[in-house]
Design a binder for this molecule. Structure first.
Ligand code: SF4
Length: 467
């Protein structure tokens, strides 16, 4: 998915920029980049972060950076930040989201003579460059950002750095959060609010959907008011957000605890221990254990010194290797035990199947699974949640396709948790994963745990609901 961070400071911005961007490392595994503006010059560094962390890759670079204005990005796909020369002036830009109609928009650009794209590594148009090209088609940055967001199918949140300040724009339906922070002498803008407190920033405001602000040393000026429809991604709270972050003022860990409690209230299975698949299952499991007054334990610990990131690498072989290497079982907490595990979600189920087998290999008597969200049956089309994942690979989708005997069967008839179809689909997943029991979260419980009205949440990957 990716994340970004920006700073405008009366003194130097580089240190805050570096650490603030680093706090988005769980959101992407491909590229990390920073750009600062100093005395008429943009100083930029981009690194491949597939094999080493953002901090270790950029820690020497920041010694060469100066300036009071800067933006940074963790990108799960394209090279960013880009520095663009245009009739609007020179600027730098980072984006988060997915441009689904990239080819069509690129074709339109080529329709205008003398247009070109220069960031073609990998043979594809760089989506951030396309966004910049759309912005450049208008007379001002505000109009350009509006134009780009109107043209894009998918979602696109933007930070745009000029020599005077930063434009921050949240995507039109607010699928991703954009939040400003303030401290004496500096303003920050971030996707993850967990980037703020350790650098003494207080949350200043949560931008609304489609809102555009202009951040300078003098403060924050609204350039476009928020729209009235928001569809923030519910999966942020369930899985890929950081526990100490807040979206729309609602903390991630607190929601995970409530998700676990909701699962527990519908459960009466007899177990010895409650556990979470680390890291993102932990908050759900604590909520479950507390609600049922059962002991919480860690039968698996994660080897954090060298496997700290929780986001999934795109390459399947690397994913499988990481899945085995980063989790270390503790036999004393597994052998002869009946275990209930809370998990954020079951995506493909491939790694989970291995993890469950390892529990049986260590002597587990029973393994019960309680995912914190309903079965995933549709692929995400708004956030580039994982480009490489086909929705037909989703564990629940495969199960229902097997029932239907049709590899392309529609999930529509399998969404109602009270239907026989749903039960059969879940039973298919349970069998494949070799679980003793499997019980998913219900959509209304997930929505209640988040605490926003359902119409303000994107729940597309579970029920295909769209406004
Ligand atoms: S489809 Fe799923 S992952 Fe994508 S924005 Fe909606 S809730 Fe989030």
């Amino acid at each position: 998915m990716g994340g970004f961070f920006g700073v405008v400071s009366k003194s130097g911005c580089v240190e805050d920029l570096f650490y603030g961007t680093d706090y988005h490392s769980h959101l992407g595994t491909k590229r990390g980049g920073l750009v600062a503006h100093h005395r008429g010059e943009f100083i930029r560094f981009i690194h491949n972060i597939e094999n080493a962390q953002f901090r270790s890759k950029l820690q020497d670079d920041i010694l060469k950076m100066r300036g009071r204005l800067g933006i940074g990005v963790i990108s799960d796909y394209e090279d960013q930040p880009l520095i663009i020369g245009s009739h609007l002036g020179v600027y730098a830009i980072v984006t988060v989201g997915v441009v689904r109609n990239l080819d069509e928009l690129a074709k339109n650009v080529f329709g205008k003579r003398a247009a070109h794209f220069s960031e073609m590594s990998g043979g594809e148009v760089n989506p951030t460059e396309l966004v910049a090209t759309l912005i450049n088609q208008e007379a001002t940055f505000e109009d350009g950002i509006r134009h780009a967001q109107d043209a894009i199918e998918g979602s696109c949140s933007i930070l745009l750095l000029t020599d005077k300040g930063i434009y921050a724009a949240r995507d039109k339906l607010g699928r991703t959060p954009v939040v400003t922070g303030a401290k004496d002498g500096a303003c920050a803008v971030t996707l993850e609010t967990c980037a703020l407190p350790n650098m003494d920033y207080e949350i200043d405001r949560y931008l609304g959907p489609g809102e555009i602000v202009w951040i300078t040393e003098d403060g924050i000026e609204r350039k476009q008011p928020p729209g009235d429809r928001v569809q923030i991604c519910a999966f942020l709270w369930v899985y890929y957000g950081y526990p100490s972050s807040h979206y729309e003022g609602i903390n991630v860990e607190v929601v995970r605890n409530r998700c676990g409690a909701a699962l527990a209230r519908r459960d009466s299975v007899e177990v010895d221990l409650v556990a979470g698949i680390p890291d993102s299952g932990t908050g759900h499991a604590i909520g479950y254990a507390n609600e049922r007054h059962l002991p919480y334990a860690r039968p698996f610990v994660k080897y954090t010194p060298t496997w700290p990131r929780s986001f999934i690498p795109h390459n399947q072989r690397v994913r499988d290797l990481v899945a085995v290497m980063k989790l270390i079982p503790i036999r004393e907490l597994i052998e002869d035990k009946r275990l209930v595990f809370c998990e954020d979600s079951i995506v493909r189920g491939t790694q989970l199947k291995q993890t469950i087998q390892r529990l049986y290999d260590c002597g587990a008597k029973e393994v019960h699974m309680r995912p914190a969200c309903p079965p995933l049956v549709y692929g995400c089309k708004f956030l580039n949640f994982s480009r490489s994942r086909s929705e037909l690979d989703l564990a629940a989708r495969r199960s229902l396709c097997r029932i239907e005997g049709d590899g392309n069967a529609s999930p529509e008839a399998y969404i109602d948790p009270d239907s026989e179809n749903f039960q059969r689909m879940v039973e298919g997943v349970r069998k494949r994963l070799n679980l003793t029991t499997l019980q998913y979260q219900r959509m209304n419980d997930l929505v209640a745990a988040i605490g926003l009205p359902k119409e303000k949440l994107c729940t597309y990957c579970w029920d295909a609901a769209e406004p």
